[in-house]
Write a new protein. Structure first.
Length: 623
């Protein structure tokens, strides 16, 4: 199925609260137009007479079904991995690659909840049946405006967006199960209290689904496993799952007492349960993803490649999940795709992902057969669309941002350091980054304050969520690092912990970067000053770490010696596939990692002598 770019829309109407029931009337002209658009958007394989009900239908019969009202088109708008980005994301995070008619590409600025609201509201206009769904990570790793208030602003924004349902993602567990339950049900934070005097947080209007996350004691899902959306006789079931490996991506304390189960087995189980309840139209919201064959959000999915243009975990999940599921909305990898992947019976099935941070949304048409109560799979069509910043802003979202921004302002604008140039580190494909080195150095400095015998620090690159940019983001002036900018780099509220590891264990940690759970997708730790070693990517597995190259503060690594290691609490719990780090002796819990970064920037930079980017030359890479 080729993914097409929607033409530029007319200005959105004034924002308002969408009714959850269908509009009472739709003009015949509008219905005819909708049918024509669907026909034009139907993928090349739509001529295949197969349908999920097992009955073959001709084009003439399908046209007759519409004219008699047997089928109706359900619009499903979806997005994923919003991560609390209420304001437009900065830099490359706020750009999407758009394919041009001549085959070239260009970068388009996108994102921001003011524009996402306008896009979704305009997309719903004229649609008699419209449901909005998401595939997890609505919160967590959020910019300061949302993260400072435990993501209450984002939940409030999602309510205003009329989000109907979402799966959980790994970041929904960043602050633990109890906090996830609070985000759902409402109430003030147990430690920080109410964010605003006289206001109690109301919680999410939409259900969080965690079908494959169970309580170890009871074996029961910790939230509803599925949700049935109903409108004028139309029923669509949504099953929500997060990736089975969520426990490896979240601090151990946050997921203690929980079990994460296989995505496919869980979806199949609840698809059967929905069928027994008479719900045959089913969508899986899966917080797991893959990588598309092309870089552009609107690339041609029919291009050759694994999984019909998608590779990675989502392809295998889609290929194995029961044919009872009619579409998969996915996420986690922050990629953009709207493709077909064959189900176990070989029938093409739509699999979508809308990048991240609200820069895209997906518009999928599900043709619903009232007689079979199922989706006519051969007529499913999906396309990703840019959340353009050239359209009008949703005024209610502007007010929301202004309100929460004012609350955050005293903290956000405080200068914490000065830099002489951009210091990059977020989302990089290279093993070592300047910002990774800087953060490791900051944690080493913090570790030495706790224990002067601290030898080194290790930092996971996935915990670095933004770059430090020299250009001013507001009125602070070029080169000034504000607290908000620092928080955007490290938004997880980890602590800087210490533990003793033997030299043998430390070598094993370095090997775990490229073996075990990380063999297929290496996770290279950022190291503090004084740590050096060679990474030979021409080899495979653990052998990629050259053992006799490891040096700590100028001396060869001694397998029998004990080293005091600083690391964030996520790594200290064995996160990101580093179980050996959890075996450290004499653990010590320090202060917040953001406080450590702030102290390091303040102590090592000034307006007269700003900090330069580290050289990122501690790891020698052979390719």
């Amino acid at each position: 199925m080729a993914v097409t770019s929607r033409p530029t829309r007319a200005p959105a109407r004034a924002p308002g609260r969408r009714r959850r029931t269908a509009r009472l009337t739709t003009t015949a002209a509008a219905l005819a137009t909708a049918v024509g658009l669907l026909s034009a958007a139907t993928p090349a394989n739509a001529g295949d007479p197969a349908s999920t009900s097992g009955r073959t239908t001709s084009a003439h019969e399908r046209s007759a079904d519409r004219s008699t009202g047997r089928t109706v088109d359900v619009q499903m708008l979806s997005f994923n991995d919003f991560h609390g980005n209420l304001e437009p994301p900065q830099g490359s995070a706020g750009e999407v690659t758009e394919r041009q008619p001549d085959g070239s590409t260009k970068q388009v600025k996108a994102g921001g909840v003011e524009y996402l609201a306008s896009s979704l509201r305009e997309a719903r206009e004229g649609e008699e049946y419209s449901v909005t769904a998401a595939a997890g990570d609505m919160v967590g790793a959020s910019p300061l405006m949302s993260g400072l208030f435990h993501d209450e602003p984002t939940i409030e924004a999602m309510n205003k967006l009329e989000l109907d349902v979402t799966s959980v993602g790994n970041h929904e567990f960043d602050e633990g199960r109890a906090e996830l339950e609070r985000l759902q049900k409402g109430g003030c934070h147990p430690e920080d209290g109410c964010a605003e005097e006289g206001r109690t947080f109301q919680g999410a209007d939409y259900p969080y689904l965690a079908a494959n996350v169970t309580d170890k004691r009871t074996g029961e899902p910790i939230t509803k496993p599925y949700h049935v959306w109903k409108q004028r006789g139309v029923k669509v079931g949504f099953i929500g799952v997060t990736l089975e490996g969520t426990g490896d991506l979240v601090a151990d304390d946050a997921v203690r007492g929980l079990e994460f189960h296989d995505e496919v087995e869980t979806i199949d189980k609840y698809a059967e349960e929905l069928e027994r309840k008479g719900v045959n139209a089913v969508v899986a919201l899966v917080h797991e993803g893959g990588k598309p064959a092309g870089d552009a959000y609107n690339y041609d999915c029919d291009s050759p490649g694994p999984g019909d243009g998608i590779s990675g975990p989502v392809s295998a999940i889609a290929e194995k999940t029961t044919p009872k599921v009619d579409a998969l909305v996915t996420g986690h990898t922050h990629e953009a795709y709207a493709c077909n992947v064959p189900d176990p019976e070989g029938t093409p099935r739509t699999v979508t992902s809308a990048a991240s941070f609200g820069t895209l949304y997906t518009d999928t048409t599900l043709t619903y057969d009232r007689a079979t109560k199922d989706v006519v799979r051969t007529e499913v069509a999906a396309a990703n669309h840019v959340v353009s910043r050239e359209q009008p802003k949703a005024k209610d979202m502007t007010k929301l941002i202004e309100r929460w921004g004012k609350l955050a302002e005293p903290v956000a604008e405080r200068p914490i350091g000065w830099i002489a140039e951009d210091i990059a580190g977020a989302g990089s494909d290279v093993p070592e980054t300047p910002l990774g080195d800087l953060i490791a150095d900051a944690q080493l400095a913090d570790g030495k304050k706790q224990d002067e015998d601290t030898d080194l620090a290790l930092m996971n690159s996935g915990g670095i969520r933004a770059d430090l940019t020299h250009e001013a983001s507001g009125d602070e002036g070029d080169g000034v690092v504000t607290y908000e900018e620092g928080f955007s780099v490290q938004p997880f509220s980890n602590t800087v912990n210490l533990a003793d590891l033997t030299g043998e264990q430390l070598l094993q940690v370095l090997r775990e970067q490229v073996s075990g759970d990380n063999a297929e997708s290496p996770k290279i730790l950022q190291v503090s000053e004084g740590v050096e070693y060679t990474l030979d990517l021409t080899k495979s597995g653990a052998d990629r770490v050259v053992a006799d190259s490891v040096r700590i503060n100028g001396e060869a690594l001694d397998p029998d010696a004990t080293y005091r290691v600083a690391m964030n609490s996520f790594l200290a719990g064995g996160g990101d596939g580093f179980p050996t780090l959890a075996e450290g002796k004499n653990p010590q819990v320090g202060e917040d990692d953001m406080a450590a970064l702030e102290a390091y920037l303040t102590d090592n930079s000034s307006k007269e002598k700003p900090l330069e980017a580290p050289a990122a030359d501690r790891i020698e890479v052979k390719e």
